[in-house]
Design a protein around this ligand. Structure first.
Ligand SMILES: Cc1cc2nc3c(=O)[nH]c(=O)nc-3n(C[C@H](O)[C@H](O)[C@H](O)COP(=O)(O)O)c2cc1C
Length: 279
């Protein structure tokens, strides 16, 4: 099986500490927030929240969560996400990889609970399903890495559904020049890793960059920061001879996997390391 599984899929997160952090948010308890002391919670309607200065210390390490939008758990997208998490861990971050295809969830149901003034779900996704606990974890994360294969010119369906649930509840229907367009209470780093079968030249012709730029804009608007990494011409099958195709040259694909993919892995590691730097 290629690529080789480079590390276990179990989260590195320390469960007890993590449970405590969620309880901390639930109880709306006081915690250190940069130089001052502030309550860590989601904002109420019309309320602006301060930016959190990430401590990222040994006592309070950064928490970085990656989301795999490919159904395959050991192939291109997940391998690059794991490298990104290794990069984050190299900066002392606690990391976790979530395989979206393992979760039972749907995209936004357009209920507008997240935008109902004074409502119980204001600033949060009101839908309750397999994604709900993950969305809760994100409230305390310090960086997010999204990863998706390109399917029919776009991110996978699972990733798109996830993005609707991740981004829309925090996105205020505010004017473009509104200084507080997001309800997410802190600025955090986000990265997006895309993998695709086409070459870089083909990608430019097909203009996948438009979607990449749009995703960056939404992520930046909500979380304050966004960067992207594109991995082209990926190796797609264990054995090309078994697949009905004459589009790809198996030898060229194998060379690409051997020579270029390790470089993409390095870029992913560096991205993860940057995201966990917290500045
Ligand atoms: C349903 C499907 C649709 C795809 N559509 C495209 C596409 O439009 N453009 C492209 O470059 N690659 C396309 N691919 C190839 C994948 O994007 C590519 O192999 C990717 O690296 C797979 O990621 P994974 O190895 O993590 O599963 C498609 C693959 C599948 C299964």
């Amino acid at each position: 099986m290629w690529p080789p599984d480079t590390r276990p899929h179990t989260p590195l997160r320390r469960d007890l500490k993590y449970a405590n952090r969620l309880a901390e948010i639930d109880a709306r308890t006081v915690r250190l927030w940069g130089l001052g002391v502030a309550e860590r919670r989601l904002p109420q309607h019309g309320e602006k929240m301060p930016l959190r200065q990430h401590p990222g210390t040994l006592e309070d390490p950064m928490e970085v969560i990656a989301f795999n939008g490919s159904p395959r758990k050991t192939w291109n997208t997940s391998t690059l996400l794991e490298k990104a998490l290794e990069g984050a861990a190299s900066q002392g971050a606690e990391t976790k990889l979530v395989h979206l295809y393992d979760l039972d969830f749907k995209g936004c149901r357009s209920c507008f609970g997240c935008k109902t003034k004074g409502g119980p779900s204001y600033g949060r996704c009101a839908a309750k399903d397999g994604l709900t606990p993950i969305l809760k974890e994100i409230e305390s994360a310090d960086a997010l890495v999204l990863g998706s294969p390109i399917y029919l010119g776009m991110v996978s369906g699972e990733m798109k559904s996830f993005m609707e649930r991740l981004i829309f509840p925090f996105l205020r229907y505010a004017k473009d020049d509104d200084p507080a367009p997001t309800l997410f209470p802190r600025k955090i780093h986000t990265g997006f890793i895309y993998t695709m079968g086409v070459t870089e030249e083909q990608m430019k012709k097909l203009d996948y960059r438009k979607d990449v730029a749009l995703n960056e804009r939404f992520l930046r608007r909500v979380f304050g920061s966004s960067e992207s990494l594109l991995s082209f011409d990926t190796y797609q099958f264990d054995d090309y001879s078994k697949i009905d195709q004459d589009r790809f040259d198996p030898e060229k694909k194998a060379t690409r996997r051997k020579e270029q993919f390790p470089l993409d892995c390095r870029k992913a590691f560096e991205m993860g390391s940057r995201l966990a730097e917290g500045n």
